[in-house]
Ligand binder design. Structure first.
Ligand code: IVH
Length: 665
């Protein structure tokens, strides 16, 4: 395969996953898969440095921050960790360290599955909590952090100190929370990590408080300032200050002891009351750490060993079929319920007919189930040895299980589709998608509630959602509803009218238009009419939008029913305009492509890049006709001449800083 193409593909997948994860607290791919992609990208960039760009996800930790909290600049960047997956890689990590450090000792710690936090104490009093954000700039979550009982408000010493750790949700708290949400008809949270992240990102700290979060501290950014020369002493020091440091840590004298620790916790991780997704190995001696230093996003003196996805065995009782929003038919396994990765599993996907036939999975088989991180659990394979003759071969259905229309399967595609656009299942799924968190985000209007309301005949189309008051009385009388729930639902529906355009675009469910594409479209077209009136050429010319998506968008708006729906939504006062979430986004910078050349005197390139991005612009490495502005420092390179040839506006460093000042006035 073309290397450049693969690199671009990997970047796109990782960026998309980052966006979903950091912006929406939602994971769209398995952790292991994410790590593999990242590793592949790292390896390719190392082998082909000519394709390594500053905007690669390997050069940035996580994704950009949300704008709803104030920003906090980390004095010392909050880094992430490199990942390894097997014993060989553990041994290689040690070998690399040994090239520079004699007889290294390691601290082994549990890798807590939550989100990292920086906590700052002044005079022993907690004054600030911040998320990692992009590693340099995080979000100020002080109020929310204050609600975490295991993070003390006052330390045992009147000391100025910044410590870092992981906010997490205990498994029992997570289960209770989901039980409660189920009762309230709210969508279930995927796992304790997402639940913790979602809770921390609440603007109202009273909600965070109810989530009963916890926090382990595992890092002191500047130990030498406290005359501490080993990491294990730093942990003890922080523990003495009254901070919660995980007790299950050890100092390993050699790599064999590290491997023993990994093996032990691989077996016993389930006994812990919180989720861990691996083991962190850190060089103990601080001077040695400093000697080894850092890459752009990770320390060279520490590494995370990631556990393989958890797998369990259970019986497959039946195979049932679900119909998606696009009409896609998915075979699903009904399972004897089993505990897996923190929750009880009774269903797993079998993906499609080819998969079931290829793996020869039969009803009544003993099957292996995997749920790596967050994704829907899947059946990996069946245990053929355990068969006793009672198993029944899989037969694909030929008619839609809901509307009984003949299914179709396009040439070269693995999936069957129900072609009936009026199929009840498709309609319900369309409404579910519209109300989803990433889309219009209508709290309380989850899958079960929508199914109920659809079956009662209250909501048959998306716009019916906004007429809920018409059947309020009947709704209150439905089992499990009641006045409080209905009143909350009404509020959430009303609130959704104010969403920015991208939420609506995503909610419409145009084929292959995910949250990221919806955002690009909303930013570009600013209102729904501009989007409706755009043409294939314009759409296809937008970065990140290919010919297939462009065609899907055109097809969607050529359908009269869809146009009617949008007209209805407008009449109902649903906002159809783009509301810039980035309050700092400004005309001079927004959606413009910047290139920098030459040395800047007063700020670093990284700082300049951050400023531009904060104001809504993009920075790229190379100049082309698509570049909007070249910023020139002293001794500029060939980019300067190229910009002149291409007639691209040029700003000096002074001019650039002037513009920033103007924007800040
Ligand atoms: S050390 C420079 N220790 O894992 C120090 N991180 O995948 C960097 N994490 O960003 C972090 N448990 O959010 C460290 N015992 C532990 C950890 C831990 C969980 C998280 C942390 C980090 C991520 C990297």
């Amino acid at each position: 395969m073309d290397i450049k193409k693969r690199i671009d593909q990997l970047k796109e997948i990782i960026n998309k996953a980052n966006l979903e994860y950091y912006m929406l607290d939602n994971s769209i791919i398995e952790d292991q898969e994410y790590d593999r992609y990242m590793q592949e990208l790292n390896e390719l960039e190392e082998k082909y440095p000519e394709y390594k760009t500053e905007d690669s996800p390997t050069q940035n930790v996580g994704a950009k921050i949300l704008d709803k909290f104030e920003k906090v600049t980390h004095q010392i960047p909050m880094l992430s960790l490199g990942n390894i997956f097997n014993e060989n890689e553990v041994i290689n990590f040690d070998k690399k360290i040994r090239k520079e450090i004699e007889n290294p000792k390691y601290v082994c710690e549990l890798k807590i599955d939550g989100l990292s936090v920086s906590a700052t104490y002044k005079n022993g009093i907690l004054i600030q909590g911040a998320t990692r954000g992009d590693g340099t700039v995080g979000e100020n979550i002080t109020n929310n952090v204050m609600t975490i009982k295991s993070l003390p408000h006052t330390l045992n010493q009147k000391i100025d100190i910044e410590v870092r750790g992981e906010i997490y949700m205990r498994k029992d708290v997570f289960e209770k929370l989901n039980e409660q949400r189920k009762k309230e008809g709210k969508s279930l949270l995927q796992n304790p990590r997402n639940a913790a992240s979602g809770s921390v990102h609440q603007l109202d700290y009273n909600i965070t408080k109810k989530r009963h979060l916890d926090c382990f501290i595992y890092h002191l950014p500047n130990p030498l300032d406290y005359d501490i020369y080993t990491h294990h002493e730093a942990l003890e020091f922080m523990e003495k200050l009254g901070l919660e440091v995980n007790k299950n840590r050890i100092v390993a004298n050699n790599i064999e002891e590290v491997i023993d620790y990994i093996n032990y916790w691989s077996e016993f991780r389930n006994t812990l009351p919180y989720e861990i997704d691996g083991i962190v190995i850190k060089l103990d001696d601080i001077n040695s750490q400093n000697k080894l230093g850092y890459t752009a996003r990770t320390p060279k003196w520490a590494i995370a060993y990631k556990f393989p996805a958890e797998i369990v065995k259970t019986r497959l009782i039946d195979i049932i079929f679900s119909v998606g929003r696009t009409g896609k038919i998915t075979p699903n396994a009904v399972l004897e319920p089993v505990k897996l990765a923190g929750s009880t599993i009774a269903r797993a996907t079998l993906h499609n007919e080819d998969n079931v036939i290829f793996k020869d999975i039969r009803i009544n088989d003993k099957v292996l189930i995997r749920k790596a991180g967050d994704v829907i659990p899947e059946v990996i394979c069946s245990d053929k040895e355990a068969r006793d003759g009672s198993e029944k071969k899989f037969v694909m259905i030929k008619k839609c299980p809901i509307c009984k229309t003949d299914l179709i399967r396009k040439e070269k595609e693995a999936d069957y589709f129900c072609p009936n656009i009026n199929c009840d299942a498709r309609k319900v799924e369309t409404i579910i998608h519209y109300a989803e968190r990433g889309a219009m985000n209508i709290e309380g209007l989850g899958e079960n509630v929508i199914e109920d309301l659809y079956n009662q005949g209250f909501i048959r189309r998306i716009d019916d959602i906004y007429h809920i008051e018409k059947y309020e009385k009947e709704l209150i009388l439905l089992e499990g509803y009641g006045p409080k729930l209905v009143s909350n639902l009404k509020k959430a529906i009303e609130q959704s009218k104010n969403n920015s355009l991208e939420k609506l675009i995503y909610g419409l469910g145009i084929r292959q238009v995910g949250a990221k594409t919806a955002k690009i479209l909303a930013k570009k077209f600013k209102n729904i009419d501009n989007l409706i009136n755009s043409d294939y050429e314009t759409l296809n010319n937008i970065n990140d939008i290919g010919p297939i998506i462009a065609k899907n968008i055109i097809d969607y708006f050529q359908n009269e029913d869809n146009i009617n729906l949008i007209e209805e939504l407008k009449k109902l006062n649903i906002n159809t305009k783009y509301i810039s979430q980035n309050e700092t986004e400004k005309e001079e910078f927004a959606n413009k492509k910047f290139v920098l050349t030459g040395a800047l005197d007063t700020i670093t390139r990284e700082e300049a890049k951050k400023l531009i991005e904060n104001y809504g612009g993009n920075v790229s490495d190379s100049i082309s006709s698509k570049t909007n502005v070249l910023i020139v420092g002293s001794n500029p390179g060939s980019k300067y001449e190229k910009a002149i040839k291409l007639n691209i506006p040029i700003w000096s460093e002074e001019e650039f800083l002037e513009k920033i000042k103007e924007e800040e006035k």
